[in-house]
Design a protein around this ligand. Structure first.
Ligand SMILES: Nc1ncnc2c1ncn2[C@@H]1O[C@H](COP(=O)(O)OP(=O)(O)OP(=O)(O)O)[C@@H](O)[C@H]1O
Ligand SMILES: Nc1nc2c(c(=O)[nH]1)N=C(CO)CN2
Length: 176
């Protein structure tokens, strides 16, 4: 079984609903088990600034899929939820990135793991830190040391909401 950390972001539409949908779709795959979900963080947009704030979350899954197959699942979920690719780093209904795949270094076409920009992004590291599985590998340890040296307010971590009961969170009625 592979331990895989994912980052999910959304800044269009009913953002919380988008996160729920994405997690439910992950859970619905027969080769994937969702093991942990971080709090939901509201974060200021990084990179391309003139866009709404994001909700960001980190998820730990266990899967028999390869890294590339996991990427394909992430992309199929993005497509199914109706993501349209326009501006680089611009607004999106949903974005699923593979952060870490076991403790592996992977570089194949269309896939680089660890995610090349993860260690400089508070919106990735802060949720990820919450769900790190022990014992810490060197890559997980680097998450902790990187986040410790960040000024979270300056990095746009605005507020967060803890999910007390994951089952309840996922089945809760659409509030619209
Ligand atoms: N670890 C990874 N996780 C997800 N996608 C990756 C990864 N490494 C490379 N990619 C590739 O990156 C491509 C562009 O991804 P995307 O459009 O989501 O970028 P982005 O979210 O705008 O920016 P960023 O990659 O900085 O988060 C994807 O099509 C995918 O093939
Ligand atoms: N706060 C925040 N900013 C972003 C995000 C994101 O998920 N959260 N995703 C981006 C594209 O990868 C660019 N900027």
């Amino acid at each position: 079984m592979n331990n895989v950390y994912l980052s999910i972001g959304t800044n269009i539409g009913d953002r919380e609903q988008n996160l729920k949908q994405a997690i439910k779709m992950l859970q619905g795959k027969k080769n994937i088990t969702v093991k942990a979900i971080s709090s939901i963080y509201e974060t200021a947009p990084i990179g391309y600034i003139d866009q709404p704030s994001f909700l960001n979350i980190a998820v730990l899954i266990q899967t028999s899929l390869s890294a590339y197959e996991t990427l394909e699942v992430c992309q199929s979920i993005e497509n199914e939820l109706g993501r349209v690719r326009e501006i680089r780093w611009g607004p999106r209904i949903i974005d699923l990135d593979i952060l870490l795949f076991n403790n592996e270094n992977i570089e194949v076409e269309n896939l680089i793991v660890p995610h090349p920009r993860m260690y400089e992004r508070a919106f990735v590291l802060v949720p990820l830190r919450e769900i790190l599985q022990y014992p810490l590998t060197d890559k997980l340890q680097l998450v902790e040391t990187s986040v410790e040296s960040m000024d979270l307010q300056k990095e746009g971590i605005l507020k967060w909401k803890h999910i007390n009961n994951v089952e309840e969170f996922l089945i809760a009625e659409d509030s619209r």
